[in-house]
Design a protein around this ligand. Structure first.
Ligand code: FE2
Length: 427
């Protein structure tokens, strides 16, 4: 049998060493040894080969805007929203597109091949919506981009947000977003969840809301989101992003809430880098961590992914499009340190995130799309420890990024000439 591409000798996350044969845009064979002809062979000997990284929560309309027109001095979510309000009138179609495409180049270099981005619809020009719809089309050969209509300033709090949300969906935005904790009252927040879920149900769309991104334990909009998901038959198509208030909620209430979220099949998308940076800012000490209850949700069978949220924008000054950074922070803050927990965190930023986004075509299986990443690591554990270099990225059967291994040269008497930070663990 002949293939267009063979990725040879890679180690899958489950520990099997395999060759992967690719024909066109699909994985045609995964076997211990493939002997057929190939247009090209990628040597992945001893390196982890994984499904691509997937980010289910991002803001591509704001990315790489750090410093325009100023920086966020307090570091709070609310100053970030105010600063974004100052930046919005300065945005141009070209600048949004240019920054988004620059970010997508970073993403490809990191093996990040699917992204769900929220796009603010509170600017009546819908300039960012139009720019990102164009970006989506341009990057389709290598990145799956989903857009969420996001009324950043509140569906009811901003006078035209409701109408603009509908306009954005009519233009082709994929998913219905919301921000109930930012509406004027709890009652308005509740009402916004109901109305937005009804819009999604009517149009056959998915829902992904910024939900309870606050340290206020009384912010319980996730309860309404789970309720509306059940009532409208949206099971499996709804995600609650952030859910940070759950960190501060009463334990008894949480013991009632988590089974409801599980029953409604609502996914949770915490964003560890941003949650640890923005939450707890009003605390002295003890200071809350602000990450939602990841381990507890997993124990109830709730699907939990990890998102990146921001890179160099009004809310967060750092970031490199590296989902391993996201998982690394997540496993620290959620204290998921056992080998099985760490393997789970790696799975969250690859396969689980893909499942949350409904991307059934991704995954390392015969017949699925030939998109994968070769990492300079022995296994997922080491990939996380090193935030390992991506040596080769394949998208839809084509090599789209590659780099040589970069062991550091040493000049030490009696020591080897180079050092690699990889290490075969005993256990
Ligand atoms: Fe967000």
């Amino acid at each position: 049998m002949s293939f267009d591409l063979i990725v040879k000798g890679g180690v899958l996350p489950d520990g099997r060493t395999v060759d992967i044969g690719i024909s066109g845009e699909a994985i045609a064979a995964i076997e211990p040894a493939i002997s057929g002809e190939a247009g090209r062979v990628v040597d992945a000997s001893g390196c982890l080969v994984s499904a691509p990284f997937v980010d289910p929560h991002f803001h591509m309309d704001a990315t790489l805007s750090y410093g325009i027109p100023r920086i966020n001095v307090s570091g709070t979510l609310l100053e970030g929203i105010a600063l974004w309000g100052e930046l919005k009138p300065l945005l141009t179609h070209e600048a949004v597109k240019e920054r988004a495409l620059a970010y997508c180049d970073w993403a490809v270099s990191m093996g990040l091949l699917a992204i769900r981005t929220h796009v603010d619809v509170c600017d009546d020009r819908l300039l960012a919506v139009e720019a990102l719809l164009e970006v989506k089309k341009e990057i389709a050969p290598y990145i799956d981009l989903q857009l969420v209509a996001f009324p950043q300033d509140g569906l009811y709090r901003s006078p035209t947000a409701r109408e603009n949300t509908i306009r954005a969906l009519d233009l082709g935005v994929d998913i219905v977003g919301g921000i109930p904790h930012f509406e004027r009252t709890m009652a308005d927040g509740t009402r916004s969840v109901t109305e937005l879920c009804e819009i999604a149900a009517k149009r056959g769309l998915m829902v992904d809301m910024h939900c309870d991104e606050t340290d206020d334990p009384n912010s319980r909009h996730i309860e309404q989101l789970a309720y509306e998901t059940e009532r409208l038959g949206l099971q499996g198509r709804v995600a609650g992003s952030h859910l940070t208030s759950m960190h501060s909620m009463d334990n008894y209430y949480v013991s009632k809430l988590l089974p409801l979220i599980a029953e409604a099949e609502v996914s949770a998308i915490p964003n560890p880098l941003i949650n640890i940076m923005l939450q707890g800012r009003h605390d002295t000490y003890p200071k809350r961590r602000g990450l939602t209850r990841v381990r507890e949700m997993l124990s109830y069978g709730i699907r939990v992914g990890f998102g990146q949220d921001c890179t160099m924008d009004p809310w967060y000054s750092l970031g490199t499009a590296d989902m391993l950074d996201v998982a690394f922070m997540g496993l620290h803050v959620a204290q998921m340190s056992s080998p099985s927990d760490m393997a789970r965190c790696f799975d969250m930023v690859t396969n689980v995130n893909a499942a949350i986004m409904g991307l059934d075509h991704l995954g390392l299986e015969v017949g699925k799309r030939a998109s994968l990443v070769v990492l300079d690591a022995n296994d997922p554990f080491e990939a996380l420890r090193l935030r390992a270099d991506r040596l080769c990225v394949v998208a839809r059967g084509k090599v789209v990024a590659e780099r040589p291994k970069r062991d550091m040269a040493l000049s030490l008497p009696g020591r080897p000439a180079t050092v690699s930070r990889r290490h075969k663990r005993a256990g």
